[in-house]
Ligand binder design. Sequence first.
Ligand code: IDP
Length: 136
Amino acid sequence: MATNRTFTMIKPDAVQENHIGGILHMMEEGGFRVVELQKINLTAERAGQFYAVHAERPFYNDLVKYMSSGPIVAAVLEKDNAVADFRTLIGATNPAQAAEGTIRKKYAKSIEANAVHGSDSDENAQIEADFFFGSK
Ligand code: IDP
């Protein structure tokens, strides 16, 4: 995957509260094009695999439970400088610290239920996109 793509998920709290459209709209308004899109339920096992990098963190078990608590929307997005620009658009992990105008500022409920995921590097964007959509 080129550096103009990133991977995102709309997390269970935001899907449950009917914010898929609002969040996709903010992504498109932010200049991102939806390349792949899928609504899916993660099993606890799959959620655990996705977040395996956090396996030693104290919040890992809760995070796995939360991410498998209801459907999520997985997507691949395209834009120049996608990974960095998307991290800016979603805002800080903790919504209390997220900047005005960011997706998490508007939709996140807590540091855990923070509405969206965004890849943190080109390498992880590729790995995460493949996790859901396979190699392209
Ligand atoms: P990021 O999603 O902003 O990249 P990470 O540090 O990679 O943040 O954490 C992954 C996810 O784990 C976060 O989006 C959030 O859902 C959850 N998380 C991170 N830190 C905490 C915490 O301190 N308590 C509970 N959940 C957390």
